[in-house]
Ligand binder design. Structure first.
Ligand code: BTN
Length: 260
């Protein structure tokens, strides 16, 4: 089982993860963090579970959360920013996960817009940011992060087996989840503090350097709408800028991206 004691002895943050609410099993850590945030719990509180029975992904999808192999956690944030900046939190989380993987393993991850971290083209991490707002200001945001850490290939269900991977599959090594999580929170706090103080420059710089999207032909599915074009850049708010065949540049704020 995950040792919160070991995690806390490794933790070098000021705020993030200092209070941890741990469950051996829960429906979704995002839902629990939302409940606690509504009760007024402070920024930096982390909900972590060894297993989720109703782990959620984007578009109402399920996040496969088998026991003791992955990290399933949700962080309460109370950023003093307008709602228009909320997508940047997902970009920020991706960058922090990328830097943690670089630091803790010898792997070379890449970022896929808007919320995936890939290794050798396969998904190793997904991020689900949920938020509430008051008068155009973010009231709280829940940054939910799911990372496949020590999963073996045969542990993935058929439908995601080809598209998913874990740090262990890619590196051939067992990863100590407590150490990885404390390192992740350190990187998250660092990026978040820098974001609130200096804006998005650093996050976007790292994202642009380590993405798997820019310069490629993409298809983005938005419900029944499909946008096809060349991914040119991301803008200051984390929107993807896609040049369509007629030469126009579309600002895409959400959707599911696939390569062409
Ligand atoms: C995605 O790729 O669509 C996002 C997946 C996010 C999964 C994490 S696991 C921890 C947190 N709790 C949830 O229910 N979802 C997020």
């Amino acid at each position: 089982m995950f040792s919160t004691q070991k995690f806390q002895s490794d933790l070098a943050t000021e705020k993030f993860g200092k209070t941890i609410v741990f469950y051996e099993e829960i429906g979704s850590t995002n839902d629990e963090a939302k409940r606690l945030a509504r009760e007024g719990k402070p920024e930096g509180l982390l909900v972590l579970s060894d297993r989720q029975t109703a782990g959620k992904g984007r578009f109402g999808r399920k996040w496969h959360s088998p026991e003791k192999t992955g990290l399933y956690c949700s962080l309460i944030l109370r950023p003093p920013v307008p709602v228009s900046k909320i997508s940047l939190l997902t970009i920020l989380a991706g960058v922090a996960v990328l830097e943690t993987i670089q630091k803790e393993t010898s792997l070379a991850p890449l970022l896929k817009w808007p919320n995936d971290v890939l290794i050798n083209g396969k998904k190793v991490c997904g991020i689900l940011t949920e938020s509430t707002s008051k008068k155009d200001k973010v009231e709280f945001a829940i940054m939910g992060i799911g990372i496949n850490i020590n999963n073996r290939k045969e542990q993935f269900p058929d439908e995601i087996c080809l598209s998913s991977t874990s740090l262990k599959i890619e590196s051939g090594k067992d990863i100590i989840r407590e150490k990885f999580l404390s390192s992740l929170l350190f990187h998250l706090e660092n990026k978040y503090t820098c974001f609130l103080k200096n804006g998005n420059k650093n996050i976007l710089q790292v994202w642009r350097k380590h993405n798997d999207v820019l310069g490629k032909k993409v298809k983005i599915y938005q419900g029944t709408r499909l946008i096809v074009g060349l991914a040119r850049d991301i803008d200051d708010e984390g929107n993807l800028l896609v040049e369509t065949n007629d030469g126009n540049v579309e600002k895409v704020s959400s959707g599911e991206l696939r390569g062409v």
